[in-house]
Design a protein around this ligand. Structure first.
Ligand code: HEM
Ligand code: HEM
Length: 308
């Protein structure tokens, strides 16, 4: 035991001691500010003019097809484990196990494969599945016309999104009808996570991965690995922040109806979607427990060698 831990722990508590009250005061001040803004005639006229949703282009399908439910579940399932393994790649100093790709047959390369941590092997394997799931999602999105639900088709989404933000913060929330159309703030959040955050994660992840070509000096100078490292972690934080806000609002704006949309494919209000969602949480908890070398060694050995 050292004195630094004795002194370190209380000082961290001290920070929380003022940070939590300060955050609470800031939230209350923000809500009061928003409420005051909404008493102003000009602001109310703005909210009336831009209530929060922009009608989708004619012909945009309503409702939630089964493929979307599957893709949405698989996406969340893979992301949970991707965040966990990515975090472990960053924080675990002495990995429990390592993995080296078998260098024979069709996948033989001139350069000897690099030994990587088991966590990074799992991270990269899940990334491949996640990207595959994402490609299927994008293809189906555009093949079915569903894309117009999560891609802005008019500049009106900007004032409408501002209006929704003001309505949320003032705790006087807009009417929701996610079966037909998302509100503009929701639409922009979905657009950002699918078409900005996900591609950024892929582009920066590939740059750091062993698959990236090493003997391309001009390319590597134009796109330095330090840049990829500096962006990859904030992208992860953006994913986590999105999921917290997303799931929080799903539950706070008509939980049973929203969960029925995504997990049961109906606009009714009953417990079926919630039950299916609970089932997916059980599956995700099980995967979290099983995502360890002791359980996955056999799988990893199909394509490589696992060592201590
Ligand atoms: C496991 C926790 C999650 C739950 C319970 C959940 C729930 C939902 C629900 C209920 C909807 C439909 C909203 C409505 O009808 O108004 C929805 C839509 C959506 N969610 Fe999630 N979600 C979760 C995780 C995620 C994750 C991890 C992502 C991506 C990082 C995500 C991205 C999306 C997107 C893009 C849509 C719009 C889909 C479309 O209509 O094309 N969700 N989610
Ligand atoms: C195709 C997609 C992806 C690829 C190819 C990829 C690749 C990688 C690689 C190679 C590393 C190791 C970097 C190192 O050795 O220091 C890494 C670390 C990491 N990844 Fe990913 N990744 C991808 C997607 C994601 C996503 C979607 C998330 C989170 C939502 C994520 C979160 C992380 C985190 C938190 C780290 C640790 C970063 C650090 O040490 O600062 N990755 N990723």
């Amino acid at each position: 035991m050292t004195t630094s831990t004795r002194q370190g722990a209380p000082s961290r508590w001290k920070v929380l001691g003022w940070a939590i009250p300060a955050a609470l005061v800031a939230v209350v001040a923000l809500v009061l500010l928003a409420r005051w803004l909404r008493t102003l005639a000009g602001v109310e006229a703005f909210v009336d003019a831009y209530p929060g949703t922009v009608p989708p282009p004619p012909g945009t399908p309503e409702g939630f097809p089964a493929w979307l439910s599957w893709q949405h579940f698989l996406n969340a399932f893979f992301l949970l484990l991707i965040v966990r393994t990515g975090w472990r790649v960053r924080t675990v100093q002495r990995p429990e196990a390592h993995w080296t790709r078998t260098n024979t047959g069709r996948f033989r390369t001139k350069r000897a494969p690099k030994r990587i941590s088991f966590d990074l092997w799992l991270h990269l394997s899940l990334d491949a599945l996640w990207v595959l799931n994402g490609i299927v999602f994008i293809v189906l999105l555009f093949a079915t016309g569903h894309w117009a639900r999560i891609v802005p088709t008019s500049w009106d989404v900007v004032p409408n999104a501002l209006s929704v933000a003001l309505q949320y913060v003032s705790l006087d929330w807009p009417a929701e009808d996610g079966w037909v159309v998302y509100n503009s703030l929701q639409l922009l959040a979905y657009f950002g996570i699918v078409f900005i955050a996900a591609p950024l994660a892929i582009l920066t992840g590939l740059r750091m991965s062993p698959a990236w070509p090493v003997d391309t000096p001009r390319l590597n100078r134009a796109y330095p690995i330090g840049l990829a490292r500096a962006v990859h972690l904030p992208v992860m934080l953006a994913f986590v922040a999105f999921v917290i806000a997303h799931v929080g609002l799903v539950l706070a704006t008509g939980a049973l109806r929203n969960l029925n949309h995504m997990y049961a494919g109906t606009d009714e209000v009953n417990w079926i979607g919630a039950a299916v969602f609970a089932g997916t949480v059980v599956v995700m908890v099980a995967a979290w427990i099983l995502a360890r070398p002791v359980y996955l060694r056999g799988l990893a050995q199909l394509t490589g060698k696992v060592t201590r």
